[in-house]
Ligand binder design. Structure first.
Ligand code: SAM
Length: 250
């Protein structure tokens, strides 16, 4: 198995996603609710890093007439059809699946599919763990944002992750925030005082040391986004960021 699959995909991911499906239900629902608010400009979706779509909304996929799923993981093929095949047959959505490095080939993919909407499905936040170099990750992510200029695209990705202490969980945690990227960093709509990241960590019982996935500058300044808590393991959580950058309607 390629090393990359070890960290963000492959059999280990599928078994974990299956095993923890009920613990991830709220996160999956928050993602689906957020996806419902998006207005993709095209009926053709390039779905990058979609894996088997364990946390993807079938209802949202049904909006498209054609989906091209590109994932490094050779197991994604069958499992994606297992999870979403029926919904896609019902909506008459054509599904094409290929296994290659979509980030390396992004430029040619965008050229090949000039009218498609692009969605990065929880893949960009793992780039740091694939390439294992901060400078290269920052440069690659900045290049990706640049390549997407003028295109209609969205992404859900890890923002931060880290250890948690279940005893520190608030009685009624807030598991999502609305936020917008401004030139000075992150601000949460309607909240002032305590910095957002401190509030986010408190909601999941976060304890030192959390990892920055280097994705906080992916979206252009001013892009609204939804921050969603993901109780990945009993003692390890992620905060995901979901956002959409509207392009030209086709
Ligand atoms: C966390 S999983 C995505 C899970 C998916 N959102 C779901 O609901 O099951 C990340 C996926 O990105 C894929 N991936 C990572 N880097 C990639 C790349 N450069 N090109 C294509 N796929 C990639 C991995 O193989 C993995 O399946």
């Amino acid at each position: 198995m390629p090393k990359s699959l070890d960290t963000s995909g492959g059999l280990r991911w599928h078994l974990r996603a299956l095993w923890r499906r009920s613990q991830w239900r709220d996160t999956t629902r928050h993602i689906a609710d957020w996806l419902d608010t998006t207005q993709p400009a095209s009926h053709h979706l390039l779905l990058i890093g979609g894996s088997a779509g364990w946390m993807m909304s079938g209802r949202w996929l049904q909006r498209f007439s054609r989906i091209d799923l590109i994932d490094l993981d050779p197991y994604a093929h069958r499992l994606f059809r297992w999870n979403h095949g029926r919904a896609l047959r019902e909506s008459g959505t054509e599904l094409h699946i290929a296994a290659f490095d979509a980030l390396e080939s992004l430029e040619s993919l965008l050229r090949q599919h000039p009218d498609a909407t692009i969605f990065f499905d929880n893949v960009l936040g793992q780039h740091l763990f694939r390439v294992r170099q901060i400078e290269r990750t920052e440069a690659d992510l900045a290049r990706i944002t640049e390549q997407l200029k003028g295109r209609d695209w969205g992404s859900v990705h890890d923002l931060f992750s880290g250890p948690t202490d279940p005893l520190k969980l608030p009685a009624v945690p807030i598991t999502q925030f609305n936020a917008v990227r401004d030139a000075n960093g992150w601000v949460s709509e309607g909240l002032s005082g305590t910095p957002l990241h401190v509030r986010m960590l408190a909601q999941v019982g976060g304890i030192p040391d959390w990892v920055d996935h280097l994705t906080s500058e992916l979206f252009p300044v001013g892009t609204p986004s939804r921050l969603i808590a993901w109780p990945f393991l009993p003692e390890y959580a992620h905060w995901l960021q979901a956002g959409w950058v509207a392009g030209t309607r086709r």
